[in-house]
Ligand binder design. Sequence first.
Ligand SMILES: C[S@@+](CC[C@H](N)C(=O)[O-])C[C@H]1O[C@@H](n2cnc3c(N)ncnc32)[C@H](O)[C@@H]1O
Length: 254
Amino acid sequence: MSHVALRSLLRFASLSSLPEPARSSVRVAGRLRLNPQEAEDERALDAFRQRLAAMDREVPVVDYGAGTGAGEKPPVRRLSEVYRRAATGPAWGRFLYGLARAMRPTRVLELGTNLGVGAATLAMALARTEAEGGPAGRVVTLEGAPAYAEVARQSLAEMGLSERARVVVGAFVDSLPDVLDGEGPFDLVFIDGHHEEAAARTYVHAIRPALSSGALVILDDVEPGRPVRRAWRSLAEEADGSAWLGKYGLLVYR
Ligand SMILES: C[S@@+](CC[C@H](N)C(=O)[O-])C[C@H]1O[C@@H](n2cnc3c(N)ncnc32)[C@H](O)[C@@H]1O
C-alpha cells in the first residue's frame, strides 16, 4: 500500500472507541509525517530493506504444524522472497514507527520477527525518543525460524540496535511464557505471526496479564475474511477499546 493510500485510510478510520491517550497516538501516527531526524531513520530502514531484497541465499522454511512428509526434504526459500512475502511494508512501517514515537513505550513485544524489519522500525523509534531525553525503551521480538532470527540479529547489530532489540528464537508457545514472566509489563505489542483465529486469541489472553495499564495490542492480518479478524472481533468485545485499521486491528487494555 502506498503512503498516500494508507494516509487516507487512516484519516477515515473510526477511532471513537479507543480511549485516550491511545486515540491521539494513533491519530498522530496516522498522519505519516516525519521530522528531519525521523526521515534520517527512515532512510536507514530503507537501506536495510534494500539489503534484504538483494539477499539470494536460501534458508529452510520452518513449519509450525503441518509437517513435511516422511523422507521429503524440508522446503527452502530465498531470503529476498521471505522479505518480499512477509516483511512489514514501508507505509505500514512508517505508521508503526510513528505509533512508537507518539506512545513513547518502555517495553515493546513483537510476535514474528521475520527478518527484523518491524523490530528495527520499532527499535529506531525508541532510540530516537531516548536521544531526545525520553524513556529508554526496549523491544523483545520472537521468531520460530532460526535462519530468519539470525538475519534479524545480525542486521540489528549492523544498525547499532542490538542493545535496543532482543531476538528470541523458538515457537511462540515455547518462548512466550518466559518472556512474559521476565520482561513485562509491555506498553505496545505487535502480533504479526501465526495468523490463525484460535492462536491469536490464545496469545492475546496469555499476554493480557503482562500488559501495562493503557497498553496497545496490534493484531496484524485482520482484513475481511481473514481468520485473525474473527479473533480481533471477539477480543474487541473484552477489551477496553478497539479500532479497525484495515490490515491492523487494535486493542487497548486498561
Ligand atoms: C509476517 S512475518 C513477521 C513480519 C515482521 N513482524 C515484520 O514486521 O517485518 C511472521 C513471522 O512469524 C513467524 N512465525 C509464525 N508462526 C510462528 C510460531 N508459531 N512461532 C514462532 N514464530 C512464528 C514466521 O516464521 C515469520 O517469520
